[in-house]
Design a protein around this ligand. Structure first.
Ligand code: ZN
Length: 191
């Protein structure tokens, strides 16, 4: 497993645009999908919904998003290159997010309800996606990664926003002062 986890500085860079889809890009996409599948084999309560290139240490604007995020049997992922948020709409919704790069920590994260995204497919086609619900949240989370932003940044300092999975697979609140506030892996610049 080569998932990069916080506080690794490679998660904090603004990634470079993909200008040409060559063998290297295909290889990166292949590795990203494989790592999603490998990871979830070891995490029985969780599904890999998506991954961004910097989570494997690649400084490129690439994400992969699962075709069907409710179905672990479906192993198809759609690669998107240079995804950009064109517009966000709707009210702010709070829902749970986790991240392969932020092990064991979950958060109740505010995101706009809808997002319009522009990206290129691996074949070089431009696509526009009108997303809402969990897809909008996922795309915004992954595009954040390409700009060096993690979900924990959106809830920093919020005492009732952090959770973890218990051994039955339920999300339970964590003690913010004890487990989060002074955790140097999450917030290296604090104190
Ligand atoms: Zn993430």
């Amino acid at each position: 497993m080569n998932i990069v986890t916080t506080p690794d500085p490679r998660l904090r860079v603004k990634c470079k645009k993909v200008n040409r889809v060559d063998d290297e890009i295909h290889e990166i996409v292949k590795n990203m999908v494989q790592n999603c599948l490998d990871w979830e084999k070891e995490h029985k309560f969780e599904i890999s919904a998506a991954l961004a290139a910097p989570q494997l240490g690649y400084d490129r604007r690439i994400i992969v998003v699962r075709d069907d995020m409710d179905n672990k049997e479906n192993a198809n992922f759609v690669p998107l290159l240079n995804p950009e948020v064109i517009k966000t709409e709707g009210k702010t919704l709070y829902d749970f997010e986790g991240c392969l790069s932020v092990p064991s920590v979950y958060g109740k994260v505010p995101r706009p309800a809808k997002a319009r995204i522009k990206a290129q497919t691996i074949d070089g086609q431009e696509v526009r996606i009108k997303a809402d619900g969990f897809l909008a949240r996922t795309l915004l989370h992954e595009i954040d990664h390409l700009n060096g932003i993690l979900f924990i940044d959106h809830i920093k300092g919020q005492k009732d926003a952090f959770y973890r999975l218990d051994n039955k697979g339920d999300l339970v609140p964590v003690d913010y002062e004890k487990e989060i506030a002074h955790n140097k892996d999450l917030f290296p610049d604090e104190d």
